[in-house]
Design a protein around this ligand. Structure first.
Ligand code: ZN
Length: 296
């Protein structure tokens, strides 16, 4: 079992993109700064997608500009196509996050690409990043199940991961976009994908739609995933995945791992404080457990 994991904060992107409250650019930058103060070293700062489809992310460039370049921090821009990659690179992010989709139907609704097209587009995005001297990684969305077509064949996900690895990403992530996975499935898929793409790291991204999110993080780390996504306060969802609930909360993930002897680099008390601040911005209680129970 590993003694450290790398944590990726996705709150400013996945956390906010599905919220009815439009968060100001200044508050997004404040959220990012507070996350960094709490120990976050990799953070999804925005997605460079069509603002008419995802209005929450319309100020992506402004967020990156206002944030500047905090030392020692990797600012990730999520992109779905070449246009988004060009915008993110022009804005000056440190890493592109591409998205390949495990199901055709979700892919067409989310990004206008079927599964095979999304793999090809992700490879193009990785190549664009490399040409610009920037790293890139890729997430396989709906890797454990699709809201429209149901079950996803794990063998298909493994084939996708192998194909994506050829493009030279920094890592490949498995995302349970709609929160259907259970630990046994996570363990099996992380093990299989790891074997298929080694030595590339496997990152995991879970939503807590059915209460299995935190258990899935544990199963993934036990199976060798070395990078874990979380969202401060447990905010999150997907505009194109009906019923998807929040991401696993950063503070809940950090609590479980730190108390298990797995270092995350995160400060629990500061994360909880940040979740409370974010609750004030959003005008609601955060779904995370630790923001209610306290850090100790
Ligand atoms: Zn997500």
């Amino acid at each position: 079992m590993t003694s450290t994991i790398e944590f990726v904060e996705v709150g400013p992107r996945d956390g906010l993109q599905n919220e009815a409250v439009l968060v100001s650019t200044a508050d997004k930058v404040e959220l990012i700064r507070r996350a960094i103060a709490a120990g976050v070293r990799r953070i999804e700062v925005a997605s460079f997608v069509n603002p008419s489809k995802v209005p929450q992310m319309a100020d992506a460039e402004a967020v990156v500009t206002a944030l500047g370049k905090p030392a020692g921090v990797t600012r990730i821009g999520l992109v779905l196509n070449q246009r988004g990659a060009e915008r993110a690179l022009a804005a000056g992010v440190d890493q592109l996050g591409a998205v390949a989709v495990a199901s055709d139907e979700f892919g067409v609704r989310n990004q206008g690409q079927n599964s095979a097209e999304s793999v090809a587009e992700a490879a193009r995005i990785i190549a664009l990043a490399k040409d610009a001297g920037v790293s890139a990684q890729v997430t396989i969305a709906v890797a454990f199940g699709c809201p429209f077509s149901g079950a996803v064949d794990p063998a298909h996900v493994v084939r996708m991961a192998k194909a994506l690895a050829q493009a030279g990403p920094a890592e490949i992530a498995l995302a349970d976009t709609i929160g259907v996975a259970v630990p046994a499935e996570v363990s099996a898929l992380v093990t299989a994908v790891r074997a298929a793409i080694a030595p590339l790291p496997v990152r995991v991204h879970f939503h807590n739609t059915r209460g299995t999110g935190i258990a899935n993080v544990w199963a993934a780390v036990e199976a060798g995933a070395s990078v874990v996504d979380g969202s401060i306060g447990g905010l999150g969802g997907c505009p194109f995945a009906p019923g998807a609930a929040g991401n696993v909360a950063s503070e809940d993930v950090a609590y479980m791992l730190e108390r298990s002897g797995i270092a995350t680099g995160l400060n629990l008390a500061q994360l909880v404080e940040c979740a409370h601040w974010l609750g004030g911005v959003m005008g609601k209680d955060m779904p995370s457990m630790l923001s209610k129970a306290g850090a100790s």
